[in-house]
Ligand binder design. Sequence first.
Ligand SMILES: Nc1ncnc2c1ncn2[C@@H]1O[C@H](COP(=O)(O)OP(=O)(O)OP(=O)(O)O)[C@@H](O)[C@H]1O
Length: 286
Amino acid sequence: MTGFERPFVEIDDVSMRYGGTEGTLALRHTSMRIAKGEFVAVVGPSGCGKSTLMRLVTGLWPCSAGSVIVAGKEVDGPLSIAGMAFQAPTMLPWRTILQNVMLPLEVVEPHRRRLRGERSMYEEKARKLLALVGLAGFEDKTPHQLSGGMQQRASLCRALIHDPQLLMLDEPFGALDVFTREDLWVELQGVCNILKPTVVLVTHDLKEAVFLADRVMIMSARPGRIIAERTVPFPRPRALDLTYTQPFQELVHDLREHISAARRGEDMPVSPPGAITPGQEAPHAA
Ligand SMILES: Nc1ncnc2c1ncn2[C@@H]1O[C@H](COP(=O)(O)OP(=O)(O)OP(=O)(O)O)[C@@H](O)[C@H]1O
């Protein structure tokens, strides 16, 4: 990195209230910086405003106060450079898996314009992505012919088909069994290593956060704000065996304590941003 590089995502003193002045205050004075290519996980008590934060960053909702800047531009509407995946894969049941994966290309420019003339190139790309997550051979199936885990893999491909610079994942593995979930962590890590998007992952699973992220941001109970962050020092690629090691479990435990305190409405002593767990070396984070 040369000199100062502007963060890719800049969330500045953002507040968000649903339903007018008497409505629910979901976020209060939340700030966050995310570097290009960085993988950030956001954890916090249930209902603290994590999904709200995702909606503000992707421009699906406007903030009530503060600003969100992505790639140097203030977000003032839905972001075409973002790909999204949620807990429910939400595949269109009448379309094949390949057609579902290609859906964003029918909406997002410049792909929309190019799709008619370059359909076979785009189809090839969708097939390659599906192969990358172990779904080669399932392109022509419909969603109901696939398991939940397979549908979630396909929804990851759909989030990535238009080469998003920003990948926003809101509990994407929350509905899956633990084995499928862990397989998908490894696959997501592999895909990110190749495509290198900037990623924001909202999750309740602290192991998932530590396994996947360069940095974990911890939110307070509602109204949410960032109360602490941890840099994850483990080198990549990470293997699942890492989750059984003591440093990994200590970091998960540390996060759990922060969230328990946040649920009780207490703030733990806040570590400086980017604090590193004692005895561990600095990460490669972007
Ligand atoms: N569309 C909406 N209208 C009114 N209130 C909302 C709306 N969406 C969310 N809220 C409220 O805002 C607060 C934050 O919700 P949000 O979904 O962002 O939290 P979360 O941290 O993602 O929750 P969870 O961990 O349970 O998924 C909650 O109190 C919720 O009830």
